[in-house]
Design a binder for this molecule. Structure first.
Ligand code: FE
Length: 218
């Protein structure tokens, strides 16, 4: 079997909110699914390298914010491409802190869930947390973003606050356009109207915030 076959499995895009003794943080995961109802339990798979993993192991609690298709690459970049150990990942992301001290995203988020860990399934690299949903939104708003949508649409286009944003951008039409790829997050820049070389020196990757020097010609 080729590993690429596994790309056909479907996922979503979620922000996991956590707290430590001193601070709050969040990260992006693509694996959240409902395991049981009555009571409602969900499962989340998380890497042991993740700061959020350490926080969940300490507190036994986390939140799930279901990101909508309107979520900007900048939000995903802020939460997904740096570590909460050293940075305040939520500094530029609209959020609120629940009474339990855990953050949920309020920016283009469909709904949120507050979860209490009941079981863990260990693997050498990841832990699957099974958790009871103890509170959450009364309703869900907008269209949840799938992982496929993130790859095909978000990565192929600049977000609305990026200097290169256009309402209608071709996605990956490689005919006469050079593509440049971010070596950190994989974002592909291929705007036919603004060559990569013409972007201002202080332009940064709209997904992960890395400078132009992090890009290489594809
Ligand atoms: Fe990037």
């Amino acid at each position: 079997m080729k590993d690429e076959v596994l790309f056909s499995l479907s996922y979503g895009m979620y922000a996991i909110g956590v707290k430590d003794e001193q601070k709050i943080s969040a990260c992006i995961v693509n694996t959240v699914f409902q395991v049981t109802n009555n009571p409602n339990r969900i499962a989340v798979s998380m890497s042991h390298d993740n700061y959020s993993y350490d926080c969940i192991m300490k507190t036994g609690m986390f939140t799930v914010s279901v990101l909508s298709e309107d979520t900007s690459g900048a939000v995903i970049g802020a939460l997904g491409f740096s570590s909460g150990r050293n940075t305040d990942k939520l500094a530029n992301v609209r959020h609120k802190v629940l009474a339990e001290g855990l953050p949920v995203i309020t920016e283009n988020c469909c709904c949120w869930l507050l979860c209490k860990v009941t079981d863990r399934l260990e693997t050498p690299t990841h832990t699957v947390f099974i958790a009871e949903v103890t509170a959450g939104s009364d309703k869900s708003v907008g269209t949840p973003m799938t992982y496929d949508y993130y790859h095909k649409v978000i990565k192929g286009k600049a977000p609305k606050n990026a200097p290169t944003y256009q309402a209608k951008q071709p996605v990956g039409d490689g005919d006469s356009t050079e593509s440049w790829i971010c070596t950190v997050c994989g974002y592909v820049y291929n705007d036919p109207d603004v060559p990569f070389e013409d972007l201002p020196d202080d332009w940064v990757c709209p997904i992960c915030g890395m400078p132009k020097s992090a890009f290489k010609r594809q």
